[in-house]
Design a protein around this ligand. Sequence first.
Ligand code: CMC
Length: 431
Amino acid sequence: MAGKSKTAKLIIGANEIELPIHSPSAGANVIDVTTLYNQAGVFTYDPGFTSTASCDSTITFIDGYKGELLHRGYPIDQLADKSHYLEVCFLLLYGYLPTGAELEDFEHRVTTHTMLHEQMMYFFRGFRRDAHPMAVMTGVVGAMSAFYHDSTDITDSWQREVASIRLIAKMPTIAAMAYKYTIGQPFVYPLNNLDYASNFLRMCFAVPAEEYQVNPILSRAMDRIFTLHADHEQNASTSTVRLASSSGANPFACIAAGIACLWGPAHGGANQACLEMLKEIGTVDRIPEYITRAKDKDDPFRLMGFGHRVYKNIDPRARVLKKSADEVLELLGIEDNPLLQVAKELENMALNDQYFIEKKLFPNVDFYSGIILEAMGFPTSMFTPIFAVSRTVGWISQWKEMIADPQVKIGRPRQLYLGETLRDYVDIENR
Ligand code: CMC
């Protein structure tokens, strides 16, 4: 816990209560209300946790007004440019940039855990072919606790380490198999001489009937998408993982809970929703109609890929991805992609519109990722599973940090009860 230098005074009627203020290494000070109920008999009320720090953490920091995202202090644009996904995984998990030997060892451990227990193949077959891959992933990852019993004891640090490596290593295999299953193609097993991103592309796009050559441009773009989504401090799915884990649940169950939460369109499901929206808009001349709809309070439509709870400036990940989208489409020879034109013009119009300016609504990571993924050949239903693959390391790093904290308590929010007060049961004939 960071320094406790100042205190806040809260006056409730005749009572004056003193609460400690913790100073973080970066970001806003935090008033510690843990003793509030005991001191004053009141709770705080904060639906959606808009002003509540749920934990202390040393992993990721976002300055929403500057549009800055740091992992262990390193800015995301430097990591996206100079590093790669597995090195960022190491950084998130262990807190520092690895030496050459440490990275090699880590990559070896991940690479040699990418296969799934063969019995799990039958588990996939229980799903309908038209199931959304996120539904399949939620089920299969939850089922890992039925296959890997030797890494479910959260009190054993070695088992926690094994579970972490297994999850990071097997998640691309599970996502790729979920995809292959929905299109009726045979599963493609991982190949150990490929890097993480290339292996994933091969497992998604190779077929046994043909040789498959990984395109290094696409592999680099894939790695960058993984890197940009790796962690994002206490977002909804990460908080879900922490809350699930606070009860002592096993890591596979907790990560399955995170995947379920990520699926929603306000969170990881936004990349699919955003690309579908860009396709629906279709041409630049139709953009004003959609901007008008997004501003209309009586219309539930929102510009997908716009706005963020924390960023009140451009999402730094969107900046990197916009550049990436240009590069990938140019290298694939499809730079006149109509969706990219619609996206750029939509961004331009929204950024100059008073409604979006006043509400500080800027493009987020999902605005450009779908365009790149579609150009790479992924269907929209795979966008959120790819987000889940990337975010697994963030969930695990936060889970490990939480388990290692001796102060950890089961998560148990209070409520502002507005229902009926005590009343007597009425027999059915008297209602
Ligand atoms: N289009 C139009 N209006 C919007 C949008 C949008 N995309 N986002 C927020 N607003 C308005 C909203 O109507 C509200 O207006 P008012 O103050 O008049 O009621 C105001 O801006 C504040 O919005 P909010 O919903 O109270 O803010 P929030 O912090 O609860 O929600 C959000 C953040 C990301 C859920 C929201 O901006 C949104 O629904 N965006 C679209 C979905 C999306 O792109 N999600 C991906 C987030 S980034 C990836 C990830 O982390 O998962």
